[in-house]
Design a protein around this ligand. Structure first.
Ligand code: ADP
Length: 674
C-alpha cells in the first residue's frame, strides 16, 4: 500500500466507483438469475485488487458502486442496500485474507500466494452470495424455489471474477512495470504468443455444438507457454482474454459449452472450465516464479563462492575418492604450474613424485574418514623450489554421501623460514649468555678476592681521620658492588645451564626449617634495609632429601622478592609437613600479582610492571620453578591485591623421588644464589 495525497485518494475512489458500476452493469446484462444473480461478475476481482493495493479504506467506493448498479438495474432500495453490504463485506474479507499472507503485496510470486488467492476467491463470495440472495428473497424479488440456482450463479460468478480479474490488476499495478520492456525485447515471441492465445481461444470455444469434435483442451499449450516463458503478469492477461472470448462465443450460442437449452446452464458449465484454466495458469506461473527465484538465489550464491575461490591466494581443491581433482582454484593451479581446467580429472600422480603423492594421499584419506577434518603440513616442489603448505582437509559430502575431500592450503614457507631464523637467533643468544657468563666468572672471582684483600688491608691501617674513614667506606662499596656483579653473573650462568638442560641435583638429607632459618640469617641485612620484620613459623623439623644449595637458592629468591615488593611490611615464613609433602610458604604484604600474571611470572625473563622491574632480570622465579620441578615439587603464587602475595613451595619428602636429570654430574658446577 502506498501513501497518497487527498486528490489521489478521491481519484481512486471515483475510479473504483465508476469501474465497479460499469462492470457490474455489464455482468448484470448477461443472463442473471432473477435479474441480479449473474455468472459473470468482474467487480469482485476489481474490488479485491483495489482494496489489497490501496487499503481497505476504499470499501465505501465498493458499497456505493454496488448500490448504484443494483438500483440502476431496478432492484428495490432495500435489496440494493443488502446486496451492497454483502459485496462490500466480500471485498474487505477477501483483501484481509490476502494481506495476512506474509509478503503478499500484489503479484503472485509463490505457490503460497496462489493458494491464498484461491482461498480468498472461494471463501469471500460465500458472504456476498448469501447476503445478496437473502436480500432479494426478503424484498420479494426471488422466490424460494429460485434461491439455490441464484446462490450458485452468484457464488460462481464472484469466484471467477476474483480468479480471472484480480490477478491482472494485482500484477500490472505493482512490480510488473518492467514487464513491457521485457516483452519488447522479445517482440517476436510475444507476438507469437498473442496469436497463439487468440487462435487457440477461438478454436477451443467455437464450433458447432452438435459436432462430435470437442476441443476446449487446445487452450492449454498457449497457457503453459505464457506461464513458463512470460510469468504471472502475462498469464493473468491471457486468462482474462481467453475468458472474454469464451463467454462471448458461448453467449452467441456456439462452441462446446452450448449443450443445454439456457444460456445460464451453458455459462455454468463454461465457468467451471474457466475456473480450471485460471487456476492452472495461476499455479503454473507461481511455481515457475518460485523456481526462477530459487535459481537466481543459487546463481548468486554460486557467484559469491566462485569469487572467493577465484581471488583467494590460498589453494582450494576438491578431490574425489580416487584422488582426482574435481575442483581447483587458480591459486592451486599455479602451485601445479597449470590451468584450473587442465587439472580437472587429473590426480597428484600427474604432478608430484611418488613419495610426495604418498604423503598427500595419506592426509587426504585421513580427512575422508575424519569427522571434523584434519590439519596437515606438506612440502612440495614448486618451480624447483621446496615450499611448505599448511592444509586443512575435510570430508566432501553431497547429500550426506561421501564423495572425497575438500582442502584449503596456505603457503607457509616464509613463516617457517622466519620461525627458523628466530629459533636460531634465540639459540645464539642463549649460547652467548652461556659463554659470556662462564668467561666472566673467572676474572670476577679474582677481582672479588683482590677487592676483599684491599678492603682488609685498608681496614687494618685505618685511623680515625676523616680521610681514612672515607677510604674504608669506598673499599666497602667496591666489595659490595663486586658481590652484586658476581651474583648477577652467577644467575645468568644458572639460567643458561638450566636452559641447556644441565640442572643436576645433589640430594642430601636436611631439615627445611633449619635451611629457612639459615637463609633468613644471611639476608638479615637486606631485610633491615627493606624495613621488613621477618617472622618464622616452623614448629617441627621437616626433613627430606633435596639439593640443599638449590633449595636455599629458591628460599633466597622468594625472600628477596618479598623484601623487594613488600618493603616496609612484615614478611611471614612457615614450614610444615603433611602427607609426605614439605610445604614452605612466604607471605608478604606487597602489591600482589595480577590474576593473569600468576603463571607468566615463572617464565624466563618475565617481569610484570610493579615499579621495580627496571632493576630486575626476571629470572628469580624461573630458576625457582626449574629447581622445584627437578625435585618433582610445585611452586605457585596465591595472591590478592589487598593481602599481598603468598608463594607456596611443595616438595615430596621421600628420598627416592625421581630426579628428572638423574645423570651423574661430571664436574661439580660452581653455584650461587641469584
Ligand atoms: P624479578 O627479578 O623481576 O623480581 P622474578 O622472576 O623474581 O624476577 O619475578 C618475576 C616477576 O614476578 C616480577 O617482575 C614481579 O612482577 C613478580 N613478583 C615476584 N615476586 C613478587 C612478589 N612477592 N610480589 C609481587 N610481585 C612479585
Amino acid at each position: 500500500m502506498r501513501a497518497s495525497t487527498p486528490v489521489q485518494r478521491v481519484a481512486w475512489w471515483l475510479g473504483l466507483f465508476a469501474i465497479y458500476v460499469a462492470t457490474a452493469l455489464l455482468g448484470l446484462a448477461i443472463d442473471p438469475v432473477g435479474g441480479f444473480a449473474t455468472l459473470v461478475w468482474p467487480p469482485t476481482g476489481i474490488a479485491l485488487a483495489a482494496l489489497v493495493r490501496r487499503g481497505p479504506g476504499l470499501w465505501s467506493a465498493v458499497a456505493a458502486g454496488a448500490f448504484v448498479a443494483n438500483i440502476w438495474s431496478g432492484a428495490p432500495p432495500l435489496a440494493a442496500a443488502g446486496i451492497a453490504a454483502g459485496n462490500t463485506l466480500e471485498a474487505v474479507l477477501g483483501a484481509h485474507l490476502l494481506l495476512r499472507l506474509d509478503a503478499f503485496v500484489g503479484p503472485v510470486r509463490r505457490v503460497r500466494h496462489a493458494l491464498g488467492l484461491l482461498a480468498a476467491a472461494l471463501s469471500a463470495p460465500l458472504v456476498s452470495a448469501s447476503i445478496g440472495v437473502f436480500s432479494l428473497w426478503l424484498t420479494g424479488v426471488l422466490t424460494v424455489t429460485k434461491l439455490p440456482a441464484a446462490w450458485q450463479a452468484w457464488w460462481l460468478g464472484d469466484v471467477l471474477g476474483a480468479l480471472v480479474v484480480a490477478p491482472v490488476l494485482l500484477e500490472w499495478q505493482s512490480g510488473a512495470q518492467r514487464s513491457p520492456a521485457r516483452l519488447g525485447s522479445r517482440a517476436l515471441e510475444t507476438a507469437l504468443l498473442i496469436i497463439a492465445v487468440l487462435a487457440s481461444a477461438a478454436l477451443s470455444f467455437s464450433g458447432d455444438p452438435a459436432a462430435p469434435l470437442q476441443r476446449p483442451h487446445l487452450i492449454f499449450p498457449a497457457l503453459i507457454w505464457a506461464a513458463i516463458r512470460f510469468g504471472a503478469a502475462v498469464t493473468s492477461v491471457a486468462v482474462l482474454v481467453i475468458s472474454i472470448i469464451a463467454i462471448a462465443i458461448t453467449a452467441q450460442g456456439t462452441g462446446p459449452y452450448v449443450t443445454a437449452t439456457t444460456l445460464h446452464e451453458n455459462l455454468t458449465a463454461l465457468q467451471g472450465f474457466m475456473g480450471t484454466v485460471a487456476l492452472t495458469g495461476l499455479f503454473l506461473a507461481a511455481a515457475n516464479a518460485e523456481r526462477e527465484a530459487a535459481l537466481r538465489l543459487l546463481a548468486e550464491e554460486h557467484s559469491r563462492l566462485h569469487a572467493i575461490a577465484e581471488n583467494t591466494t590460498d589453494s582450494l581443491t576438491i578431490k574425489d575418492l580416487e584422488g582426482r581433482y574435481v575442483l581447483v582454484n587458480p591459486a592451486h593451479a599455479r602451485v601445479l604450474r597449470s590451468l584450473p581446467e587442465a587439472v580437472l580429472g587429473k590426480s597428484d600422480e600427474d604432478f608430484f613424485p611418488a613419495d610426495v603423492v604418498r604423503i598427500l594421499r595419506e592426509s587426504d584419506q585421513r580427512a575422508v574418514i575424519s569427522d571434523n577434518g584434519v590439519l596437515s603440513e606438506e612440502t612440495l616442489l614448486v618451480g624447483g623450489e621446496q615450499r611448505t603448505f599448511s592444509s586443512a582437509k575435510a570430508p566432501y559430502r553431497v547429500d550426506g554421501e561421501l564423495r572425497g575431500n575438500i582442502a584449503i592450503s596456505r603457503d607457509v614457507t616464509q613463516q617457517k623460514n622466519d620461525e627458523r631464523a628466530l629459533r636460531s637467533a634465540l639459540g645464539m643468544r642463549d649460547e652467548f649468555l652461556s659463554i659470556a657468563s662462564h668467561e666472566l666468572r673467572t676474572p670476577l672471582a679474582a677481582l672479588s678476592l683482590q677487592v676483599s684483600g684491599l678492603e682488609r688491608a685498608i681496614s687494618r691501617r685505618s685511623s680515625a681521620t676523616e680521610e681514612s674513614q672515607r677510604e674504608l667506606y669506598r673499599a666497602g662499596r667496591a666489595v659490595a658492588q663486586v658481590d652484586r656483579l658476581t651474583r648477577l653473573v652467577d644467575t645468568l650462568f644458572d639460567v643458561s645451564q638450566i636452559t641447556a638442560g644441565q640442572l643436576h641435583l645433589q640430594r642430601e638429607p636436611f631439615d627445611l626449617a633449619e635451611a629457612v632459618h639459615s637463609v633468613i640469617a644471611n639476608l638479615s641485612e637486606q631485610a633491615t634495609r627493606a624495613s621488613c620484620a621477618v617472622s618464622v613459623f616452623a614448629p617441627v623439623a621437616v626433613t627430606g632429601s633435596w639439593d640443599r644449595f638449590r633449595i636455599e637458592q629458591v628460599i633466597t629468591n622468594l625472600l628477596t622478592n618479598a623484601f623487594k615488593y613488600g618493603a616496609g611490611s612484615p614478611v611471614e615464613v612457615s614450614v610444615q609437613a603433611t602427607d609426605g609433602i614439605a610445604q614452605l610458604r612466604v607471605r608478604d604484604r606487597g602489591p600482589g600479582v595480577a590474576p593473569d600474571a600468576t603463571e607468566r611470572i615463572f617464565e624466563r625473563f618475565e617481569r610484570v610492571a610493579t615499579g621495580h622491574h627496571q632493576k630486575s632480570l626476571g629470572v628469580g622465579l624461573y630458576i625457582a620453578r626449574q629447581v622445584i620441578d627437578a625435585h618433582a615439587g610445585v611452586v605457585r603464587v596465591e595472591s590478592t591485591s589487598e593481602a599481598g602475595s603468598t608463594f607456596v613451595v611443595e616438595l615430596p619428602r621421600a628420598a627416592d623421588e625421581p630426579c628428572p636429570t638423574a645423570a651423574p654430574e661430571p664436574q661439580p658446577t660452581p653455584r650461587a644464589a641469584s
